[in-house]
Design a protein around this ligand. Sequence first.
Ligand SMILES: *[C@@H]1O[C@H](CO)[C@@H](O)[C@H](O)[C@H]1NC(C)=O
Ligand SMILES: *[C@@H]1O[C@H](CO)[C@@H](O)[C@H](O)[C@H]1NC(C)=O
Length: 273
Amino acid sequence: MGKTKSLSFSFLAITCAFVLHFQYIVLAQEHVASSESEALGLTPETKRETLEIIIGGGGGGAYSPAPSPENNCPPPPPPPCPPTRLEKARAALLKFKSLINDPKGYTNNWNNNTETCNFRGILCGTFPVDNQQAVAGLDFNQAKFSSKDCTNIPLTGFTGILDKLEELTFFHVNSNNFSNQIPEAITKYPFFYELDLSNNKLSGPFPNEVLLSTKLVFLDLRFNFLTGSVPSQLFEKDLDVIFINNNQFSQCLPANFGSTPARINLKVVYLMK
Ligand SMILES: *[C@@H]1O[C@H](CO)[C@@H](O)[C@H](O)[C@H]1NC(C)=O
Ligand SMILES: *[C@@H]1O[C@H](CO)[C@@H](O)[C@H](O)[C@H]1NC(C)=O
């Protein structure tokens, strides 16, 4: 009795296990099948159609070989036009925008719906070298730009903008958070006349790049953190305006002060210390 009981119990247990296992397999298969058709977005009808087309396709079930590549080469695409000056400037400006923190929304209209020349703060003009339209000036005065992490924006390199637009005639960015270096590139810009970097975060020694910028007539570096001496060459340059007060220069007036043709704001120079 006890033996029969235990036997039938184990038989039942095995059967149950087998049935459960079998059901599990069936369920698993159904699940795979249904999720596959779900994934393909196919109803059973479309699945069948697809199958028929695959089996019977190619005309009478014959296997049609892939067309030979010689017959099917598209004509080579024309070489891409080099980007225009405006296109290059637009790319540089949009990249600059993506890297800065713009608390006043100054660059809000710098987007796909706005022509580059209508971007706020952008002045366009004809670049005399090749008569192309180009970005001739940037005016971000009072925009209070900083970098994305609310630190300074280096003027050169990854976040640079002044170093990417050789067509610039002016760069007016007072009251922002730009820091060194002033790019050496400006010394080669053929029509670069005005640099206003007042009330920014320039530090370290006087930026000699401005001395080498041949066309510069207006220089405003007030309210920064420049240190050391002011090079005497600054006063030999043919600048109309030099503002360098409210820095941390450590030097008396250079001996040649007074030889400058610039209409120097005297107060500026006396406030150098
Ligand atoms: C602007 O255009 C670019 C390139 O065509 C595209 O990748 C980007 O998603 C567009 N941006 C918006 C905001 O529409
Ligand atoms: C950026 O500069 C503006 C004006 O100089 C200033 O008010 C602001 O606090 C600065 N922002 C940062 C993050 O330094």
